[in-house]
Design a protein around this ligand. Structure first.
Ligand code: SF4
Length: 587
């Protein structure tokens, strides 16, 4: 039997660790993001560069992890090398249940190793193992295979690793969990790389006492039925998020060829429906998820010199990938697109950032700001093979141009020009929703500068005629509630299930009694803590850059009004400053 509140502290420099019971922290902040934020504040060196030893990685799970379906994610907090500011990323696979089974509520990773290593983490603590033979390996798949064979506990363990993009400090390198899930955004892979940390293998068999077994069973059944028998999750199982390609395109909201348009003529080709009909090989799921939204396409290719011998590759696809590496680059050829997705996965890059960066590079090249000598390959819309080459150049960085591109689109456009069509917000490359003002205000003011902070794209589709101030209030209200979901660390796709009634019920079976008011207060407090942390890391709302391009392409609301965005940002700035003032008085 183990405590849910154990925190494992690891020092990579000293190759040491210790475990501490932090019940007081978990009681106050629930778990997940609430706890991870506090641990980050306690352990990180305030002024540390994201790639310095003073940056810290915190991984945390929530109170209902392993107890309830779809509480299948781990939240990571770190300083982002892409934005230079607050970094947060979520991933599933087996990571959440493995951390729980190993007996921890959170893991803190500090310092820098003097040589490439990977960690094996269990109830017994941490083994520091030499990673020289897997450092530099071409494919994240191969790294996974090698580590699978070298470690025990098949079926229980998680294998979290970086690819060569992380080793080479590409600022938008991701961390791969199992094979098809990622800590995708904000460059956690580069932080692993800077610490010479190739991988984590986590496993265990510890158990936790269940206080209210009868009520637990009933509540579990209720959540399970909502997941598999209601319409709430059906679409995720059937087509996955790739179901969004056609409707988003029909709205004129699918960014195409670096958002020179909101409609892609070949959207039907890359739609979820077409992929399912022609390429779907199977679906897989994160641990303790009965939905299985992860869709894997298959490509079957003959070996060149061996008749009747075929190589079958499974490639995971979803909406964001079909947008960023598909419509954004004008690619309609499914095989070409899937191979490009596969290359990005092999190298361990964030697909959204990679697509946006390459889209900017293509436009800059066409406009003469970047030369063929810089690009080394003749990039053009739709040329999947050329983009595959360019993706390798981003990782290998053979010249100044690719070194710059590896820093992200914001940085590259400051050096080469074309900021007006460099589609990043707060330093983070844009997700695939040109739906209207709420989406963009959401990217700008969200803590992670991501569509996941507050789903502005959904507000655009559901609400009309909000004033800029009402819009900002709405986004902050949603982001505050999501802090509760991120403290439980449930999959955001299940947010329709984990509404306040279910959240209270599940928590109650585990001994946490929180009413609506308390949940709301806690969500708001965590939101404010994030804003305060951003401020302490130098974030200033007045310095947010808005790319001109978003005002040039009509949305289904018409052209976005610049003044509307400006008023919204001014209003958010006031809120931000009030939070900072309140926080400095309290601290
Ligand atoms: S719905 Fe998809 S992403 Fe979410 S937990 Fe299930 S398999 Fe993982």
């Amino acid at each position: 039997m183990t405590s849910q509140s154990n925190v494992l502290y690891i020092d990579l420099g000293r190759k040491s660790f210790y475990i501490k019971d932090r019940t007081e922290l978990f009681n106050k902040w629930l778990g997940g993001i609430g706890v991870a934020l506090q641990l980050y504040k306690e352990e990180a060196v305030k002024s540390a560069n994201p790639l310095d030893s003073g940056n810290v990685i915190v991984l945390a799970i929530g109170p209902i992890t392993s107890f309830y379906p779809l509480a299948s994610k781990v939240v990571a907090v770190f300083k982002s090398p892409l934005t230079g500011n607050y970094g947060e990323s979520h991933a599933g696979g087996r990571s959440a249940t493995a951390i729980r089974s190993a007996g921890y509520g959170a893991i803190v990773i500090k310092g820098v190793s003097d040589r490439p290593i990977y960690l094996v983490i269990s109830e017994k603590g941490v083994q520091f193992r030499d990673a020289a033979t897997i450092w530099g390996m071409r494919s994240t798949f191969t790294v996974g295979r090698v580590l699978r064979e070298a470690s025990p506990e098949a079926g229980l363990r998680t294998i979290i690793r970086i690819g060569r993009a992380g080793e080479n400090l590409v600022r938008y390198a991701c961390v791969v969990s199992e094979t098809y899930r990622h800590f995708g955004r904000m460059g956690l892979g580069a932080v692993f790389g800077s610490k010479k940390l190739k991988a984590l293998i986590i496993y265990g068999k510890s158990s936790i006492r269940m206080p209210k077994i009868k009520i637990y069973r009933d509540t579990y059944d209720e959540v399970y039925k909502l997941a598999v028998k209601s319409d709430l999750m059906k679409k995720y199982h059937e087509l996955g998020t790739s179901m969004n390609v056609s409707p988003i395109n029909a709205l004129g909201a699918l960014p195409t060829r670096n958002l020179s348009e909101g409609k892609f003529d070949w959207a039907e080709q890359i739609s979820g429906e077409n992929l399912a009909a022609k390429k779907l090989g199977r679906r897989v799921a994160c641990s303790h998820c009965p939905v299985a939204c992860i869709h894997l396409a298959t490509i079957r290719e003959p070996y060149p010199d061996e008749p009747y011998f075929y190589k079958t590759t499974f490639i995971s696809y979803d909406y964001e990938l079909l947008y960023s590496l598909g419509s954004m680059l004008g690619i309609s050829d499914i095989n070409g697109l899937l191979k490009l997705i596969d290359e990005v996965e092999v190298l361990g890059l964030d697909a959204i950032s990679t697509g946006v960066v390459l889209a900017w590079a293509t436009e800059a090249y066409k406009k003469g700001m970047v030369k063929l000598n810089d690009l080394l390959v003749d990039l053009d819309w739709g040329k999947a093979e050329a983009y595959r080459e360019a993706v390798n150049f981003i990782v290998d960085q053979p010249n100044e141009f690719y070194k710059t591109l590896a820093m992200g689109v914001d940085y590259a456009s400051k050096i080469y020009g074309g900021q007006e069509f460099a589609l990043s917000f707060g330093g983070n490359e844009m997700p695939g929703y040109h739906t209207g003002p709420a989406a963009y205000i959401g990217y700008l003011i969200g803590s992670r500068h991501s569509h996941l902070d507050a789903a502005g794209y959904s507000i655009d589709q559901k609400m009309k005629n909000l004033s800029p101030q009402e819009m900002v209030d709405k986004l902050i209200e949603e982001e505050s509630w999501r802090q509760i979901l991120s403290s439980l660390v449930v999959c955001y796709f299940a947010r329709g299930i984990y509404e306040p009634r279910i959240v209270k019920k599940t928590l109650s079976t585990l001994g946490y009694e929180l009413d609506d008011e308390k949940l709301k207060e806690l969500g708001k407090r965590i939101y404010e803590e994030k804003q305060a942390l951003k401020a302490s890391q130098g974030f200033k709302p007045d310095e947010l850059r808005v790319p001109e391009r978003i005002f040039e392409v009509p949305t289904f609301h018409g052209l976005i009004d610049k003044n509307y965005i400006k008023i919204a940002l001014d209003y958010y700035s006031q809120i931000f400053n009030t939070i900072i003032k309140k926080n400095s008085i309290l601290s």
